[in-house]
Design a protein around this ligand. Sequence first.
Ligand SMILES: CCCCCCCCCCCCC/C=C/[C@@H](O)[C@H](CO)NC(=O)CCCCCCCCCCCCCCC
Ligand SMILES: Nc1ncnc2c1ncn2[C@@H]1O[C@H](COP(=O)(O)OP(=O)(O)OP(=O)(O)O)[C@@H](O)[C@H]1O
Ligand SMILES: [Ca+2]
Length: 502
Amino acid sequence: MEKQPKLLSSQLLLKNRLFEVTLQRATLSWKDTPAAGRRRASGGINGTLKVGSYCVPVSEIIAVRETEVDSRTKDDGRWQKMSQASAGTHPFAFTVSYVDRGSRHRWRCSDVTFHCPDGALCHQWVQTIKEQLLLLTNRPKHLLVYINPFGGKQQGKRIYEQKVAPLFSRASISTDVIVTERANHARDHLRTDADLKKYDGVVCVGGDGMFSEVIHGLISRTQREAGVDENCPEEKLVPCDLRIGIIPAGSTDCICYATVGVNDPITSALHIIVGDSQALDVCSVHHNSTFLRYSVSLLGYGFYGDVLTDSERKRWMGPARYDISGLKTFLTHNYYEGTVSFLPNLSCRYGRWQVIRSKFLAINAASMSCACPRSPKGLSPAAHLADGTADLILVRKCSRLDFLRHLLRHTSKDDQFDLAFVEVHRVRRFRFTPKHCESDSELDLKESGKKLFSHICRDHPACGCATVNSNWNCDGEILQHAAIEVRYVTNPWAGAQISWLL
Ligand SMILES: CCCCCCCCCCCCC/C=C/[C@@H](O)[C@H](CO)NC(=O)CCCCCCCCCCCCCCC
Ligand SMILES: Nc1ncnc2c1ncn2[C@@H]1O[C@H](COP(=O)(O)OP(=O)(O)OP(=O)(O)O)[C@@H](O)[C@H]1O
Ligand SMILES: [Ca+2]
């Protein structure tokens, strides 16, 4: 193997001890020098070389700067007193901020300060690291940020200002920040007003609903500019070339959790800074030939539709609304009759549609795992993020106790699909027609002012336990139609590349 030359190698002081510091093969490393005598054992970062040795890939360096030398310096958040001798022999210093990978996918920004014997050497280190950082072309420089001040526990603004903005500024990322004033403010601004050429990405501070606003704004704008008709289900959409980042500040945060592994604002900010990206599946939802919405996480009819419908009236409760509405919906135990048709993801290009007519407690299409703090492995743990398919989970009518067994398995290691009344299919397209609008009378019913959910189930006139139709929960938004057709909007064979996370 060809030996790559060291870009830089010097003996520098770190916390009053001499370290051999090298920059080589896009990695900054430092290790105790033999002259430094016996060392206490110390844990490594980002892959330990050995005791007292550390390395950080340049791709995980956030920033480097020359530092004022005081006889006291701050390392790892603690004040260290530099000995007079060290301050005298090494009066120049530079600080490297880097990603410190913690446990369970949690990232933090740590600082390490190296002291140099002369100013020229210090300057050379800073310049060389800066030059290496400039080679990383996937990092964003200008971002457009939308903050939903009312998402989740209404902490979006504080989270951004206290945890995220200081990191963006340290990484020399410039931002235009818009605090939204109404629902769909971000979507409409992206769709028509925003000067997108100025930015390398769009960041939303909020939950899944804010991410949904951003993808709707960006996808619609891109299609309009390319002359693609979103209402036509057969049209192939043009991919957007802006990346989208999420700073989690919502109630479910499942898109963030399922892509990053944790819903932590600092971790997400660091992923954005280092330019990480992840393709996501996006599916389009149509009713007849009318475009309704795009979805990236869950399309849920029955249980999750009813939870959402009920929870919207309890928004003031914050994230707890889902637990209260979840309990209420569970106790109500509604089921819905209808026909699900789907195109399985088989290797044959012209697969056959399968049709299932039944009574369902829930019909869930998970385009990704939908992992979230309530369910760390998600609704469908094996669903892929960008394969052009969804896992269609059909939960047929069963007893409350059986449904509880199914729900409980979302919170444990047990298989939620290994139950007689649950089946799961990996699909590229699907349709649903509720029994009561099989003749396409749904719209007429709505227009004549009859609320569908006020209909009493014919099977249970006495108890009134079941309504005729549920609503679709589309990434946390209620759809206006129960009869829908869903397809993955990009090439079903290559996987979707429509939107991607920073
Ligand atoms: C007994 C405990 C069972 C716990 C079962 C937990 C399953 C949780 C599965 C969460 C799946 C989230 C899917 C993501 C959907 C997002 O696009 C959307 C927008 O953010 N969020 C929701 O719709 C928000 C959906 C939130 C749903 C919460 C459901 C809570 C059910 C509670 C049932 C209690 C039964 C207790 C009986 C004694
Ligand atoms: N300024 C605003 N005023 C009122 N609603 C807003 C505002 N900005 C955005 N919204 C709407 O708030 C809704 C919820 O936002 P968001 O997704 O951020 O939080 P959440 O619903 O609590 O979290 P999750 O979607 O993760 O469950 C979205 O539908 C969004 O359109
Ligand atoms: Ca998928």
